[in-house]
Write a protein that binds this ligand. Structure first.
Ligand code: NAP
Length: 253
């Protein structure tokens, strides 16, 4: 329903690309004022430009989610500009190297955990502190089906996403009576630059991704964005602690 986030202030980490960019556009379409936080300025500004071109309001705060001071600043600038923070989509993430558990390097483990798991926890920490001050809010974390089932060749990625699901459940319980709903989305294979990084080097991989998803195709960033919009909206007012699977049937096989 257009206008489901009318007047709300919405923050997105990793808004410069893929699912984050699609969600920025969807939030703005629903009437939210959008703030994105990511590292690449030109790509982030391109998201801002697209939101404004569609009639919405957006700004970029350059952010590295692995750094507490950056996240604290992202939330502070959001509140300084818009007075509050109603919805947050903690989406920034990396796949890391494709390597089995025994071949995964310590550097890959640390980098993947730092962005995907520590980054989500840090974001939640500062978002929740603000939401407690203002009396409520909604958080959605971007996990993955890899957080629900095993994924060969992605030990750090799977562990980080499983951690995001558990962080989501834990925080949802902690703040359930305090007006803060906290959920996760768990996408299957979605067509974004992250996926293209791998499929461009290995054309058979895209065919395999389509084959393992019973609908026979990749998801789109917009399909994930619509679920995030719904979880942030009042239509999902009794939903908390839920990892919402968006995977064309992948994990029910
Ligand atoms: N595509 C899929 O099939 C799929 C499936 C399941 C889950 N996901 C999850 O969806 C999320 C978005 O992925 P995507 O597919 O949209 O990939 P993408 O197009 O590569 O986007 C990744 C986003 O994360 C940001 N990012 C990475 N490291 C960051 C850091 N240290 N600090 C701040 N921002 C950072 C990037 O921005 P900058 O580079 O500008 O910082 C970019 O905006 C990820 O968490 C991913 O794990 C994706």
């Amino acid at each position: 329903m257009p206008g489901s986030l009318k007047g709300r202030v919405a923050l997105i980490t990793g808004g410069s690309s893929g699912i984050g960019r699609a969600t920025a556009l969807a939030f703005a379409r629903e009437g939210a004022r959008v703030v994105i936080g990511n590292r690449r300025v030109s790509e982030g500004e391109e998201t801002v430009r697209r939101v404004k071109a569609a009639g919405g309001e957006a700004m970029l705060v350059r952010t590295d989610v692995t750094k507490a001071a950056h996240i604290e600043m992202l939330v502070a600038k959001t509140v300084e500009t818009h007075g509050r923070l109603d919805c947050a989509f903690n989406n920034a993430g990396v796949t890391g190297d494709i390597a089995r558990t025994a071949e995964c390097t310590e550097e890959n483990w640390d980098r993947t955990m730092s962005v995907n798991l520590k980054g989500v926890w840090l974001a939640m920490k500062y978002e929740i502190l603000q939401m407690l001050k203002q009396g409520g809010g909604v958080i959605v974390n971007n996990a993955s089906v890899a957080g629900l089932v095993g994924m060969r060749g992605g030990p750090a990625y799977s562990a980080s996403k499983g951690g995001v699901v558990q962080l989501t459940r834990t925080a949802a319980l902690e703040y359930a009576k305090l007006g803060i709903r906290i959920n996760a989305v768990c996408p299957g294979f979605v067509s974004t630059p992250m996926t293209e990084d791998h499929t461009s080097a290995n054309p058979d991989l895209e065919a395999w991704m389509k084959k393992v998803q019973p609908m026979g195709r990749l998801g789109t960033p917009e399909e994930v964005a619509e679920a995030v919009v719904w979880l942030c909206s009042d239509a999902a007012s009794f939903v908390t602690g839920h990892p919402l699977v968006l995977d064309g049937g992948l994990v029910v096989q």
